[in-house]
Ligand binder design. Structure first.
Ligand code: NAD
Length: 366
């Protein structure tokens, strides 16, 4: 039996070693000197935008071999699961790129997005939003980084009918998951040269749940004396963000799951919409990069989807893998294409280009 002091010290050591290990890429190159990256093409527009990414990567000679993997849900012991071959491949290569997956509303299998986050313990969802030069929106100085707790909160899937007409849906908050995501936010601030972390919450109402998240954040902040910690109520952040986003450039924002989901769409709206916003789901061992948007069933198969969000997610992935020069090359080509006029950008951005034309334009600027 360990004495109480020993347990506390072991926990402290575990926490420190965890911080250095957090989400660093440890994948290995294959025989050809390339990285193998599992790709989940996804539903709706997923295959169209994935194809655009693959074409651009081929043209840019990125040293990546794509490995298509299947996530068709299986019910194992009453739980939604993904095929074991897919789990093995993603665990082996420590990385994946993912297109959007449709989720049935109100019934059917558990969200596959949630299943993936749980299966690979993807505890932090990083969502940057930066104004696109040349693409005019009400503000041209948006530059936010939002980190969303990705495993619990309102998305824990704990719901039951108490009596017909009365449902309880439980928001689960744990100290462990809150500390883990907040620590990641402080590490991210340090690594990206930001000096402030903003903890967004509603602990005035959810005194215990959000109170615990806030408490965990303030405890973690003590380990980062070089970074100042700030707190704000979620409703206030929404109001201030749409009134003037510029002060938020200085912060890395961190918040519980649902707030992060909603707030990041709000930030997307400020830069031109979901077609432009990338994200990374970070885990201790494995990370999965994906666009913030869904499968866009309304435009699927029409050849008009905007592949930018998936492309910029793949750029985040390349940076994570240490392939920075390839990341810069692709990012520059995408951004200069977006700034090159309505004939070269897709309909969601008030342009007229097809997915194919946009892809060709990016390739011509590599
Ligand atoms: N991470 C994910 O896989 C993810 C995220 C959100 C929603 N979903 C799922 O996607 C499905 C559809 O959801 P939704 O309609 O609420 O949201 P959505 O993001 O699919 O679409 C919202 C609107 O944005 C447009 N849009 C989205 N991405 C676009 C792109 N790349 N180019 C051009 N236009 C784009 C769509 O045409 C639609 O008008 C649902 O089943 C939902 O559960 C998946």
């Amino acid at each position: 039996m360990l004495a109480r002091g020993q347990i506390a010290r072991a926990a402290a050591v575990a926490r420190r070693s965890y911080a250095t290990k957090v989400a660093s890429f440890t994948g290995q190159k294959n025989d050809k000197g390339h990285y193998t990256v599992p790709i989940i093409e996804g539903d709706g527009i997923g295959p169209e935008i994935s194809e655009a990414v693959k074409e651009i990567y081929r043209a840019a000679k990125v040293p990546i071999d794509w490995l298509p993997v299947d996530v068709t849900p299986r019910l194992i012991n009453g739980k939604t699961s993904i095929p074991s071959e897919t789990i093995e491949a993603i665990n082996k290569h420590k990385i994946a790129l993912k297109g959007p997956l449709a989720t049935p509303v109100g019934k059917g299998h558990v969200s596959l997005n949630l299943t993936l986050r749980r299966t690979f313990n993807l505890f932090a969802n990083v969502r940057p939003c930066k104004s696109i030069k040349g693409y005019k929106t009400p503000y041209d100085n948006v530059d936010t980084v939002l980190i969303r707790e990705n495993t619990e909160g309102e998305y824990s899937g704990i719901e039951h009918t108490v009596v017909p007409g009365v449902v309880q849906s439980i928001k689960l908050i744990t100290r462990g998951a809150s500390e883990r995501v907040c620590r990641y936010a402080f590490e991210h601030a340090r690594n990206t040269g930001k000096s402030k972390v903003l903890v967004v919450h509603k602990a005035t109402v959810m005194k215990l749940g959000d109170g615990l998240f806030l408490e965990a954040a303030l405890a973690v902040a003590k380990d980062y004396p070089d970074i100042s910690v700030h707190t704000e109520l979620i409703d206030n952040t929404c109001l201030k963000m749409v009134t003037d986003p510029s002060p938020y450039q200085e912060y890395v924002m961190v918040m519980p799951n649902l707030y992060g989901d909603i707030m990041s769409d709000l930030c997307s709206g400020l830069i031109g919409g979901l077609g432009l916003t990338p994200s990374g789901n970070m885990g201790v061992e494995t990370s999965i990069f994906e666009a913030v948007h869904g499968s866009a069933p309304d435009i699927a198969g029409k050849g008009v989807a905007n592949p930018t969000a998936l492309l910029l997610s793949s750029v985040m992935m390349l940076q994570h893998m240490g392939l920075s020069s390839h990341a810069d090359k692709i990012e520059n080509a995408v951004l200069t294409t977006l700034a090159s006029g309505p004939e070269n950008i897709t309909r969601d951005l008030r342009g007229s280009a097809s997915t194919k034309h946009f892809t060709e334009q990016v390739i011509s600027r590599l």
